[in-house]
Design a protein around this ligand. Sequence first.
Ligand SMILES: NC(=O)c1ccc[n+]([C@@H]2O[C@H](COP(=O)([O-])OP(=O)(O)OC[C@H]3O[C@@H](n4cnc5c(N)ncnc54)[C@H](O)[C@@H]3O)[C@@H](O)[C@H]2O)c1
Ligand SMILES: C[C@@H](O)[C@H](N)C(=O)O
Length: 374
Amino acid sequence: MMPVFRNLAKTAKEVLLINGCSCQIPAMSIRLMSWSPRQVNADASFHSVSFAESDHPRVLITGGLGQLGVGLANLLRKRFGKNNIILSDIRKPPDHVFHSGPFIYSDILDYKNLREIVVNNRITWLIHYSALLSAVGEANVPLARNVNITGLHNILDIAAEHNLRLFVPSTIGAFGSTSPRNPTPDICIQRPRTIYGVSKVHAELMGEYYHHKYGMDFRCLRYPGIISADTLPGGGTTDYAVQIFHDAVKTGKFECNLKPDTKLPMMYIDDCLRATLEILEAPAEQLTMRTYNISAMSFTPEELVAAVRKHLSDLQITYKVDEMRQAIADSWPMEFDDHNARKDWAWKHEYDLPELVFTMLNFITTDSQLMQSN
Ligand SMILES: NC(=O)c1ccc[n+]([C@@H]2O[C@H](COP(=O)([O-])OP(=O)(O)OC[C@H]3O[C@@H](n4cnc5c(N)ncnc54)[C@H](O)[C@@H]3O)[C@@H](O)[C@H]2O)c1
Ligand SMILES: C[C@@H](O)[C@H](N)C(=O)O
């Protein structure tokens, strides 16, 4: 019998005994009980990894058409097989994504739809990428609250109900101006003033709560600003550090929306996705925490410009500060302390600033040359 139901059976039996009834609880009646984690019993205990050790996980990625999801699906498909990784979103996938492996419509605000997907596809791991990022979140707080908080509740309930291993990314944006910023440790005061940050602190705490109370296998990494060449960011404060490469190659000019000395933690996408796979595969006994900072580099716009100019010396920069993004950036970590990730599960970044700049320019230049020759 599954652990949840075993506990419910135990509790039901205890209730009946308290009421003076010593009759046996038939297993069938318990299995048929309509159970929802929304009414979870305090004794309930969840255990992850319902697949045999030799089997591959069956993975659902929500919000998979954003900056990070397609790359993660590609990485996981190489590791676990194409058909074991299902990408989902509420948007229409481009042809190359649709033809690269399973894709399904999934709105995280629709609990029944989520449950149907998890059941029909025998999902064992859930990677929850759907979110509104920091800048778009501030522009539409009700939607951000709905997607980032109500949506997360659906995800937690689905993961609990079906014993899933659950990965939810957090962010440097989960800290605020009262957090230590240089460096920011894993455990410190977290009082963000964006709906994005508030929803991510909520996700960290709810996931950890479900882990400690029910044994849910919740895993979480706080990502820095992620930089990728083939996918565009979805409306965050760190977006400038992606856009600069495209503009530098295509026009030789870039208008930056943050002040030249705004220092933020950043990471190349390959490191971010590898870290995600590594934490997902880490043996549970190695994890002394359930939410880890991960770090690779920190830089300011002027430092990034200097690194790009080593390859494109004519790059012209102007600054037109976006007050909202600047205020957010000024409250975020400058350096991220990730020593716990390095100690517990041997996290190690591969890309520093020169390597990042070389890789991004190489990718975008080759890409635009290919486009021109076609
Ligand atoms: N990209 C970064 O720099 C960064 C940094 C830190 C953390 N993260 C986190 O990583 C995750 C993925 O980030 P990303 O950059 O790919 O985000 P993104 O904004 O590019 O993509 C988010 C996706 O969520 C989808 N979505 C929105 N509402 C939905 C709904 N109701 N149901 C299902 N899907 C919905 C969108 O269609 C979009 O494709 C997010 O949780 C984000 O907070 C990203
Ligand atoms: C940092 C991260 O969470 C995202 N790129 C943002 O700026 O909102």
